[in-house]
Design a protein around this ligand. Structure first.
Ligand code: C5P
Length: 233
């Protein structure tokens, strides 16, 4: 993992429209080099924005959580690779992951598996027909992601240490749910500070509202980059 501290911060552009996202990117300037665009923005111009950001030298994580029949997943991944995105999420079903790997082959696109959504608990899984609880299903799907040749996982800071120990350095671990010391946890229940997540072994941190809703987003981003740099191995 040779990314600089600044390259290890991914700012989630969870904003309602491209104009607000563009204003945030302008406010952050060169303090941020990596942005995450998710479903909210994707449907209102987020994909052309992604292409534009990449043209301007930024890296983009498309958090689209793909899951469909293999043919569709493979072709969708090939299209995302053509956009020049750095990361794309897919759900960690074996068929889906294998198809994604095939669709992204020969490109620089890195595929991250979503194991079990953090909004799910054991009761939700049972309700959906699963025989496994959250812990077992996360472990099973993480191993399947590795076997399918995915590049890494998106996971909470609480899971990073165990996954790093299991899979070694050569697996990208990306951690949302980051709350700088002293900030509001909002709806993140198991938040970690940037230092905690990096020390546990995270490669990249995804941070949204602690930056985008700060009075001074640029200062908030710089503080997190400094914290990553101070903790980074
Ligand atoms: O604003 P905040 O820092 O909570 O944003 C976190 C980002 O990470 C959001 O885009 C959210 O969708 C995403 N995410 C998360 N928890 C997960 C997976 C993704 O918060 N388990």
């Amino acid at each position: 993992m040779s990314a600089t501290a600044r390259e290890r911060l991914i700012v989630a552009l969870d904003l309602p429209n491209v104009a607000e996202a563009e204003a945030m990117v302008a406010a952050l300037g060169d303090s941020v080099s990596f942005y995450k665009i998710g479903l909210e923005l994707a449907f209102v111009g987020g994909l052309p924005l992604a292409r534009d950001l990449i043209r301007r030298g930024k890296q983009v994580f498309l958090d689209l959580k793909l899951h469909d029949i293999p043919n569709t997943v493979a072709r969708a991944c090939a299209q995302v690779a053509g956009l020049g995105a750095t990361f794309l999420t897919v759900h960690a079903f074996p068929q889906t992951m294998q198809a994604a790997r095939q669709g992204a082959s020969g490109s620089r696109l890195r595929l991250l598996a979503v194991t079990v959504m953090t909004s799910y608990d054991d009761a939700d899984l049972a309700d959906s027909g699963y025989a496994f609880g959250v812990g077992d299903l996360v472990a099973r799907r993480a191993a399947q992601a590795r076997a399918a040749g995915l590049d890494g996982l998106i996971l909470s800071a609480a899971e990073v240490e165990a996954m790093r120990a299991q899979f070694g350095r050569d697996f990208i671990l990306v951690t949302p749910g980051i709350r700088p010391t002293g900030s509001q946890p909002a709806d993140q229940k198991r938040a970690a500070t940037p230092a905690e997540a990096i020390a546990a072994g995270a490669d990249y941190l995804v941070v949204g509202r602690p930056i985008t809703q700060a009075n001074d987003p640029r200062a908030a981003a710089e503080a997190i980059v400094a914290e990553i740099a101070a903790t980074a191995p």
